[in-house]
Design a protein around this ligand. Structure first.
Ligand code: GDP
Ligand code: IMO
Ligand code: MG
Length: 424
């Protein structure tokens, strides 16, 4: 089966966009199945940089069909802005299709995201503020508004009126915020609906057809395993299932249709937003990685927290995703560091050693990473074209990571462009 799933295995921003862009050049269809415009996927192509949030990264290839599945939450205004931005740069989105079951992010979702973060104060999650959590809350509470509703004027108006009034009660009475003008919101969204209607089609049916025709399908994951609602560092997570299993439900196909499962990681670890991060660095090395690796959020511009590679976390990801292989990016960023550290276990204050990622973040309180040290490399590797050209110490680091993670590293990233990936 030629299909592939690409998932993030750390806390996001591992360079999934680049890997998907490379694989999309050999794909017929690219499907996004979860998350929303909280994602920011960077693709560097022919000297141009594209930052994609909702539209599958395959859109840059003319013949590739791009589907947004039922598991995605859609902000219509932001999606249209993305479509228009791409059109201005000569990228045509007529191959885009959106599942009618996908839920719509309404202005009250964005507002409640901000208000609830503010109310949490120091305990905030550090969300992207895009209304993702509140939209998924409504989906699972069964009061959400779907793409189908949006493009049916009467249904949309009825639902949005009822839900909007209720949300205004919550906004004003619980959070003390300013109410939204629900009628104005409805008018605005009906305009978006007119423009989005031509894209709406059953993505489950379309993807199934592609499977039956033996097409090469690429399932594009957003966010990452440690941000998964169940398998991440709850509650410091997003509200969807970025793990590979989420791709089947979010696209509307059986799990046996997914094919090879590829996990994308960085040669170190980063995280944006709050929550535990056992290997986080607070020293000059952390700053060096942040500055040299340009670790600033693609969606919000926030500086990313940085730290050493954590093999415990990756083993967890290998298990919950059923990874066949890893693509590891940003080895070039580590050049010049004398010693590289890899976390192989966590030691709790009572001396207990954890070798599996714990089920709850309380187990990580006060836990210290147990490091293995590996020799660093100083050469500029960004121009290397094959794995063999890499300095010996870099190859040894990669091979040690494979052993510690229990998963082969099939792609090695040495720079941000398409050409800077060494396939093994
Ligand atoms: P995504 O969310 O997983 O798609 O990743 P982002 O696009 O948010 O962040 C990854 C950043 O790293 C982007 O700026 C990429 O251009 C860049 N990048 C990807 N791979 C490499 C690499 O191997 N080396 C370097 N230096 N940068 C990379
Ligand atoms: P890509 O696809 C990195 C993080 C936020 C926050 C938490 C919850 O580019 O890897 P949300 O807005 O989803 O409710 O925020 O999840 N987060 C990401 N971090 N990369 C992402 O996507 C992210 N999407 C969400 O920073 O900590
Ligand atoms: Mg990103």
């Amino acid at each position: 089966m030629p299909s592939k799933v690409v998932v993030g295995v750390q806390w996001g921003d591992e360079g999934k966009g680049k890997v998907i862009d490379i694989l999309a050049s050999r794909a017929d269809v690219v499907v996004r199945s979860q998350g929303g415009n909280n994602a920011g996927h960077t693709v560097k192509s022919g000297g141009e940089v594209y930052k994609l949030h909702l539209i599958p990264s395959g859109i840059l290839y003319k013949g590739v069909k791009c589907y947004i599945g039922c598991g995605v939450v859609i902000d219509p205004q932001d999606l249209l802005r993305e479509i228009d931005g791409l059109a201005e740069r000569g990228v045509d989105c007529s191959n885009l299709r959106i599942d009618p079951r996908a839920h719509i992010i309404m202005p009250w979702h964005r507002k409640l995201d901000g208000l609830s973060e503010k109310a949490l104060g120091g305990g905030k999650i550090g969300t992207t503020g895009r209304g993702i959590g509140p939209c998924y809350m409504d989906k699972y509470e069964r009061s959400g508004i779907r793409m189908y509703d949006l493009v049916h004027d009467e249904v949309f108006t009825r639902k949005a009126k009822a839900v909007g009034q209720l949300k205004n009660e919550i906004i004003t009475k619980i959070y003390g915020g300013d109410p939204l003008d629900v009628d104005a919101v409805i008018g605005e969204y009906l305009e978006y609906a007119k423009r989005l209607a031509p894209y709406v089609e059953d993505v489950s049916v379309l993807t199934d057809q592609a499977v039956r025709e033996g097409k090469n399908i690429l399932f594009e994951g957003a966010q990452a395993t440690l941000l998964d609602i169940d398998f991440g560092t709850y509650p410091y997570v997003t509200s969807s299932h970025p793990v590979s299993g989420g791709a089947a439900i979010g696209a509307g196909v059986g799990p046996n249709r997914l094919g090879e499962i590829i996990g994308v990681a960085k040669a170190y670890t980063t995280r944006v937003g709050e929550g535990p991060f056992p290997t986080e660095l607070f020293d000059g090395t952390g700053d060096l990685i942040r500055n040299r690796g340009q670790e600033f959020g693609t969606t919000t511009g926030r500086p990313r927290r940085t730290g050493w590679f954590d093999a415990v976390l990756i083993r967890h990801a290998v298990r919950v995703n059923g990874l066949d292989c890893l693509a590891v990016n940003k080895f070039d960023t580590l050049s010049g560091l004398e010693t590289l550290k890899v976390c192989v276990a966590y030691q709790k204050p009572d001396g207990t050693v954890l070798t599996e990622y714990p089920c709850d973040i309380h187990e990580l309180e006060g836990a210290a990473p147990v490091y293995e040290e590996v020799k660093g490399f100083s050469d500029d590797i960004s121009g290397c074209k094959t794995f063999d050209e890499l300095p010996q110490a870099c190859k040894a680091y990669i091979e040690r990571l494979e052993e510690l993670c229990g998963c082969p590293i099939k792609m090695v990233g040495v720079g941000p462009s398409r050409e800077q990936v060494l396939e093994r």
